[in-house]
Design a protein around this ligand. Sequence first.
Ligand code: SF4
Ligand code: SF4
Length: 715
Amino acid sequence: MDQSVTRQVFLGFSEVEKGIFYAMAFFATAAFMWGVWLKVRKYLKGRPDPRFSKLVARLLSGVGRSYANTSVGKRHKGIGVTHALIMWGFTALFIGTAILTVDTDIVPLVGEQWAFFHGAFYRWYSVTLDVMGVGFLAGLAVMAVRRGVVRPAALRYARVDVPEGETRRGGFVMGDWIFLGLLFAIGVTGYLLEGLRISGTGFPAFERSSSPVGWRLAGLFAGFGLDGASGLRAHQTMWWTHAAMALGFVAYLPYSKAVHVVADMANLVFKDPQVGRRLPEPTVHVEGHMGTRGLADFTWKQLLDFDACTKCGRCHQVCPARVGGAPLSPRDLILDLRQHADAGLAFLAPGHETKPGLVYGLATESVPREVVGADTLWACTTCLACVEICPVGIEHVPTIVGMRRNLVDEGVLDPNLQTALMNLGKKGNSFGKSARQRPKWAKELPFEIKDARKEEVEYLWFVGDFASFDEGVQETTRRVAHVFHEAGLDFGILYDGERSAGNDVRRVGEEGLFEMLAEHNVEQLQSAKFGKIVTTDPHSLNTLRNEYPAYGATYEVVHYTELLVELFRSGRLQVKTPALRQVTYHDPCYLARYNRVTEAPRELIGLLGATLVEMPRHGLNSFCCGAGGGRIWMDDSGLKERPSENRIREAVDLGRVTDFVVACPKDLAMFTAAVKATGHEAVLQVRDVVELVLEATGIRIEAEAEEAVEAGVEA
Ligand code: SF4
Ligand code: SF4
């Protein structure tokens, strides 16, 4: 192999200069290691969280997703590509530097016969880094233009919970620019260094193809009159500039935004694939308090979450609480907790914020209300939009619910919520009605529904509180019963044996009550004989499907839209008169985002003959109605705009739909009220999808009911 096809790392350096460089490298590495230790020490203080099962699969998936940029590119393809250019370029340059270190510092120790940095290896090495470096700089340039010129709303750091002027986030902006600027400068000086080396060493012919960018720069320098000797002198200056910046970056990495280079990949590796669907067991602190009150109550993964946030603002943009004007931004919640958890590191971190109550050095074992207020925590609808959109796997919802558990423990909650929880505790439903009244809705049916506790059925219909008790929804519940009956479905209900499934009770943070409800329902389910569970309520579906197995109840749980599709496919239901109308469909959070059921309702709407016009926010990107996470029991009069009203405006803006189709009892109640509140009753009708089923199949309810009354049938 041609030994002359190579480059000299310490071109023209004296031994003293080399010594200075190694001393600089030592201090930079020491600063880096110290920063890493501070982080690791923080994570070691976190509570245990067993996330090490299937570690190889986790590593492959997390690292693969990071390098494929699938999460960064989700819904933002352009940013995904730009980020990929930076990430791949950074990785190539990092590996290139490591290879150079091995050849320069390790090979001489083991024997020169192992030297490899020449000939074909050098050519491939050099050209790869040259090409990757161009992508790296292009990616950084695009990001700089986006941040400095385009300035999308997601990248503005205004808070929603603190009046302007009471908080300063200049440190955030400065940290972003230092990070971008330093990387860009390292890339540019790397090329200048290459050009000056080629110029100073008399344009070695192999560099034309090995270092195409450096070759062109060298030609440019020559055009400006730079000769070999002055090229070498300039090379020395540039070498020190480049080295100082590269080593500075190494030292700066753990204390700055740059930490996301490592923290994000780790966070994706350890992300819970079931996040939100089933909540973790509550923490009972040694001092006896419930839930997350202080730093010691966070798990190591939550502490890692805080470090992983890149402030991209995507969660901030999609949060229905933030859109409605509530004092909650999932981004700021994570950043506040990070700043609180990092107390004592202010001298190392220029990118921190100044907000009353949120000052470095003031961290206590509990998270003060000034850092994260009760109003902030209660504003969350647990819609999971933040978790879904976060490109780095941050799990906001379990963190919020953990802190809510402590608020419940301390009695810091909305009076309406308190009443609802009291009703749920005493009567098993939030309406405060007796258990005997639960099946009352079925009394007006002209047929009797089986009691699944007494007779074996194919489908157990878990009706849920809203569908059972809410007067505005009961008619829809009866319609569903009619359709099941007409299809000849073998189904039954638990009658007065059913209680609230407890999904929202758990998300409020009332773990004890949730356990009580779940245990009661599990007992009832186990006393019944059935094949599958069907429900119209996505909230009940979520907890029955994902959380009840921990209580010994593992059943197949389907949504009624899934079952209706099956009934049409098998011919047990048939379309007689297609429902020829233009409709839009609202994906419930707990059905779409939580349980990935997005196709069945759309297929059903298509089977019925209606034309579906999608709202901009649909499917996994659906916008919450504002009722989840117990918000339906809380006062929302202080909001600037209710999320449900924002959603109705989105549907009206489509300009060509007559029906706003829903598939959730709470959605029916929320959006019916929102249509009225926004004055759009004349242009948009909120309908449960079962209404379209009745229209298309010709199943007649009223006539049958009248006949039934005449015949004296009483359920
Ligand atoms: S779950 Fe929804 S409401 Fe709660 S913080 Fe996330 S986006 Fe906001
Ligand atoms: S939490 Fe995730 S989505 Fe939100 S700003 Fe941070 S990185 Fe972005």
